[in-house]
Design a binder for this molecule. Sequence first.
Ligand code: HEM
Ligand code: HEM
Length: 170
Amino acid sequence: MPATPRPSHWSSLNVFLHWTIVVLLVCQWIEGEFMSDFWDATLEGRGVDQTTTVLGYGHIVIGTLVLVAAALRLVDRFVSGRPPHDAADPTWALGLAKVTHFLLYAVLLAMPLLGLAAWFTGNDALAGYHAFLWNPLLALVGLHVLGALAQHFWFRSPALKRMIPGLRHG
Ligand code: HEM
Ligand code: HEM
């Protein structure tokens, strides 16, 4: 069977979802602690102030949006394909990027699923696993951003430009 031809760019949907997920994760970072208070109060059956309630439910909605956006990105990646890697990127860096991307998707799907499972079952252990994944996610994002900057400034490949709306068709 002939291989599907690879597109020269990421789809607009994929780029949009990439940056949407970044914004949603910043929101989760800002209100994560409110969710912790909201969760403890819910388990203990006590009330919390209005800000904690709103940000707690906001955490659930935004986290679920991350789940939907990450799943959609994966579907789009298989349907539309991903652009080929540039020859300027060394093989070792591409291997590292592949592992990082795989783990990023895994955590982006696992975190909200664990959070939802904890919420709907009232299971504190699941909530603990959920919260535990936050630091590995931050480490992966840090590595990923360093990689994107290295591709741009060190290897001088077009990977970063392809992910930036406005620059990517240049
Ligand atoms: C990718 C999406 C999500 C991210 C990045 C995220 C991130 C976080 C962070 C940073 C905390 C605070 C941890 C702490 O301060 O100790 C937290 C707590 C929590 N989140 Fe999420 N969250 C996401 C999605 C969800 C969803 C969809 C739910 C569903 C209800 C949820 C439920 C919870 C619960 C129950 C806690 C309290 C955990 C505890 O204190 O043990 N999260 N989350
Ligand atoms: C919360 C932060 C972020 C997350 C979770 C994230 C996640 C991802 C994932 C999973 C991919 C792989 C796409 C695929 O192979 O299907 C990707 C691609 C990419 N990301 Fe991010 N990203 C984040 C932030 C950033 C930032 C801040 C930059 C820029 C400095 C960036 C630049 C890129 C680039 C250039 C690609 C394309 C790589 C390629 O063409 O091989 N990302 N991102």
